[in-house]
Design a protein around this ligand. Sequence first.
Ligand code: OOG
Length: 252
Amino acid sequence: MTLDVRKLAGILDEAARTARAVPQPEQDYDVDTAYRVQEELLRLRLERGDRLSGVKLGFTSEGKRRQMGVRDLILGRVTAASAVPDGATIPVTGYIHPRVEPEVVYLIGRRIASVADAFAPDAVAAVAPGIEIIDSRYEDFRFSLPDVVADNTSAAGYAVGPWQPYDPARWNLGVVLEIDGRPVQVGSTAAILGDPRRAVAEAARLAVRAGTVLEPGWVLLAGAATPAEPLAPGAHVSVEIRHLGRVSFGTE
Ligand code: OOG
């Protein structure tokens, strides 16, 4: 049976809107079909008045690939409505089983339509510490690689700290994810692709595959530097990246 792209997009969209997990699809489909589902899913959101604010990479670190049992990198889109202001307090009732991850965030400085564009000197305009909220729309956070691509790579929200000038020499920086003041994950930005400077080229490569371009002013979440941690109500989450600073938010 071939996959009904619009149907799966509708199911995943509804799961996100109602915060109710759905079973994994039974059909087999490939990653290119999964990106078409993702595209359709985003179209439904944009139709409701949301707008694209960037892209994210997933499974760029070995810790995350091991946690989720997958091998390849994936690309998802992030939207303005899912942005969490630094220092805000947000309800967690709109999520199914949210988790948080520490991220390096790049500000895209120019239009990137090919891998070559990713190497232009103005490809990255600034860098910041970030926190991504992921929330798989599948039961028990269990999925195949096409399933998670179709589900927009579990993207559910993101917070960005103060932007800093981008210094490519600073690629191996200590990362601490704290919940309620306690360090729960500690790592290094070097865990992202072995060198986070590769993130822009990888995002460009996957964007070309998914039939999209990266726009100036967009954020690029380079992928978690450590495994994810559950996000509970009444929590205070913060990420500090050495030399880049801190970003935090609370939940209720
Ligand atoms: C998929 C999203 C993974 C990352 O940074 O590796 C991801 C998931 O684990 O649900 O965003």
